[in-house]
Write a protein that binds this ligand. Structure first.
Ligand SMILES: C[S@@+](CC[C@H](N)C(=O)[O-])C[C@H]1O[C@@H](n2cnc3c(N)ncnc32)[C@H](O)[C@@H]1O
Length: 272
């Protein structure tokens, strides 16, 4: 009975529930390309080992999902939304308030209280108000993104609409290859972009991690979709492992040089 009620609710919410955070590398634009793969597999659990801003899962609206990210703050925030969350934090797009809230958030982290509703409120505020929605920490673990200088921000306080959407979605926080995959799972993996000509990258996701991702996904017996920047070595890696490749043009924001050329992306699939 509860399940039937949720299906009706879900179809109405497909248009209305937006990703609650700003997230670098959001793949909302890919949802129309992914839907044909998902349509005949909707009975499966959707798994995102790198869920980030949740654009894809909120676009596809599965009944069941397993959503992982190595960033503990984003996962704490989603877990709070799943419980039913209303923020009581005073929020405004004012520089002095931003730095005061950033300090309070960092104090909570130092106290080991990063998994609390207070931390979720601060994290949401800093994500909306900070520069480009970035999530960056200094060597001692302090959040150090500067004030964003947006003209206008619409803050959300009431996140209760996410409670029913997230009811059968589980949120975990670990390195991607430790997630408890089931053989039947439908996996959509969107790791950090490969940045060619470097073996290390910010956030610790270098070439070794790209190889580890490709090999981890290749072992999965269920349907898999991988998205990445179409660098030569990424294309070779997935090609050699027998994935089927298609190429898409990612919308690219205008860079400081005015460059609007689309960035080529590869979508590698297997077991369809
Ligand atoms: C490109 S983003 C995913 C964006 C997401 N698809 C969206 O539409 O918003 C990649 C994500 O991988 C996460 N990540 C980086 N290293 C990871 C690891 N070793 N295990 C799990 N997640 C990781 C990052 O925190 C980031 O949120």
């Amino acid at each position: 009975m509860a399940r039937a009620a949720r299906v009706v609710e879900t179809s109405e919410q497909v248009e209305s529930v937006r990703p609650p955070l700003k997230w670098a590398g959001g793949k909302r634009w890919q949802v129309p390309h992914l839907r044909p793969y998902w349509e005949s597999n909707q009975h499966r659990r959707l798994v995102e080992p790198f869920c980030g801003g949740l654009a894809v899962t909120l676009g596809l609206m599965p009944e069941r999902a397993l959503l992982n990210d190595i960033n503990p703050h984003v996962i704490n925030f989603y877990r709070r939304l799943k419980m039913g969350f209303v923020s009581t934090l005073a929020m405004s797009n004012v520089e002095a308030r931003f730095y005061a809230h950033r300090k309070s958030f960092n104090r909570l982290l130092l106290q080991g209280r990063g998994d609390t509703p207070e931390a979720a409120s601060y994290f949401y505020y800093l994500n909306r108000t900070g520069y480009n929605g970035l999530c960056r920490f200094n060597a001692s673990g302090g959040f150090n993104v500067p004030f964003g200088r947006y003209a206008n921000i619409n803050y959300k306080k009431d996140f209760l609409e996410y409670k029913s959407v997230f009811a059968d979605w589980d949120f975990v926080n670990m390195d991607f290859d430790r997630i408890p995959l089931e053989p039947e799972d439908f996996v959509y993996a969107d790791p950090p972009y490969d940045v060619e000509f470097t073996s290390y990258s910010k956030g610790g996701f270098g070439w070794k991690e790209q190889e580890r991702t490709a090999e981890f996904l290749a072992k999965h017996p269920g349907p898999v979709i991988l998205s990445n920047q179409a660098t030569k070595r990424i294309v070779d890696l997935y090609d050699k492992l027998g994935y089927k490749l298609i190429f898409l043009d990612a919308p690219r924001r205008i860079s400081c040089t005015g460059d609007r050329t689309p960035a080529p992306e590869v979508v590698a699939t297997r077991n369809f």
